[in-house]
Design a protein around this ligand. Structure first.
Ligand code: ADP
Length: 260
C-alpha cells in the first residue's frame, strides 16, 4: 500500500542578503495511513520548516513531498492544522467558531452542520455551542479548535506544538484528550514538538533531528502494551523512561542516521 505521506531527499535553505541559512538536509521518511508520527529536535533544527514543507507552504529546494502519491504543492486540500494558539474568534460562539472552515470553503450545509453538532457532543462540548471562547477552559478551547479542523475531514493532520501554550497540568490532560480524539478518527497525524515526553506519550514512531541543518539522526518505533493506550498511561509505564533515555541520548549526539 502507498504511504499517506512520502518525503524524499528533501533539503531546504533560507536565503537573505546576509547569506544562506541551510535549515534541512536530505530528509527522507514515509508515513503510513493512520500513523501518529512525532518529530523532535533541538530548537532551530528545522522542525517548523519541515512542517511548512509537508503542507506545501514552502517548496523543497531539493527533493519532493508527496501525499497519496501527488506532490503537495499540487494538492491543496486534505491537510488540517492544529497550532499552538487556538485562534478562536471571541465574537463568535463555539458552534460558529467550529463551523468557520466549512463556512469559508462554502461547505456548510445541513449534513455538515449535523456532523459538526455530533462532534461537539462526542468531544465534550455539547451544551457549549452558544458559549463564547472566553467562557471555556484552555483544554475545551483546543478541543473546539480541533473540531473546526476535523469538520473539514482532512486526510492528514499537522500538529505544531499544539499544547505548548498551556500550563503543565492542563497540558497533560489536553494531550490525553486530543490524542484520543485523533486516534478515534484514525487520521494520519504528524506532531512537531521539542517536548520528548509528549512525543513518547502519543507517537507510534519518533523522528529525531540533528542540530541545524536538520538531518534525521534516528527513527524510533514506539511500542507500549495494549493497556497503555493513552498518553497518561504511557507516562506511567516502565517502558516510558527507557524510551526517554534512548531519545535523550540520541539528541545529545549518540546514534547515527540509521533507523533503530
Ligand atoms: P525549529 O522549528 O526547529 O525551531 P525552524 O524551522 O523555525 O526551526 O528554523 C530552522 C532554522 O532556519 C533556524 O536556524 C532559523 O533561524 C532559520 N530560519 C527560519 N526561518 C527563517 C527565515 N525566514 N529566514 C532565515 N532563516 C530562517
Amino acid at each position: 500500500m502507498n504511504p499517506k505521506l512520502e518525503v524524499r531527499e528533501v533539503s531546504y535553505s533560507y536565503h537573505s542578503p546576509e547569506g544562506e541559512t541551510p535549515a534541512l538536509s536530505h530528509i527522507s521518511f514515509t508515513v503510513p495511513a493512520g500513523e501518529f508520527l512525532a518529530i523532535v529536535g533541538p530548537s532551530g533544527c528545522g522542525k517548523s520548516t519541515l512542517l511548512s514543507l509537508l503542507c506545501g507552504l514552502l517548496k523543497p529546494e531539493e527533493g519532493s513531498v508527496l501525499m497519496d502519491g501527488i506532490l503537495v504543492g499540487e494538492k491543496h486540500d486534505g491537510i488540517g492544522y492544529m497550532l499552538q494558539k487556538d485562534h478562536l474568534f471571541e465574537w463568535r460562539t463555539i458552534s460558529k467558531n467550529a463551523a468557520l472552515g466549512l463556512e469559508i470553503q462554502k461547505k456548510l450545509d445541513r449534513g455538515s452542520h449535523h456532523h459538526l453538532s455530533e462532534m461537539l457532543h462526542s468531544y465534550g462540548l455539547g451544551g457549549f455551542e452558544a458559549a463564547h471562547p472566553s467562557e471555556l477552559s484552555g483544554g475545551m478551547r483546543q478541543r473546539a479548535a480541533l473540531i473546526r479542523t476535523l469538520a473539514l475531514k482532512p486526510d492528514l493532520l499537522l500538529l505544531d506544538e499544539p499544547f505548548s501554550a498551556l500550563d503543565y497540568q492542563t497540558r497533560l490532560s489536553v494531550c490525553d484528550d486530543i490524542s484520543s480524539i485523533i486516534r478515534s478518527t484514525g487520521k494520519t497525524a504528524v506532531l512537531i514538538t521539542h517536548d520528548l515526553s509528549e512525543a513518547i506519550s502519543v507517537a507510534d514512531r519518533i523522528i529525531i533531528l540533528s542540530h541545524r541543518p536538520g538531518r534525521i539522526k534516528a527513527i524510533l518505533p514506539i511500542d507500549f502494551p495494549q493497556e497503555c493506550a493513552s498518553p497518561l498511561k504511557r507516562r506511567n509505564a516502565p517502558e516510558f523512561s527507557v524510551y526517554f533515555n534512548q531519545v535523550w541520548e540520541l539528541l545529545q549526539g549518540g546514534g547515527s542516521s540509521a533507523s533503530l
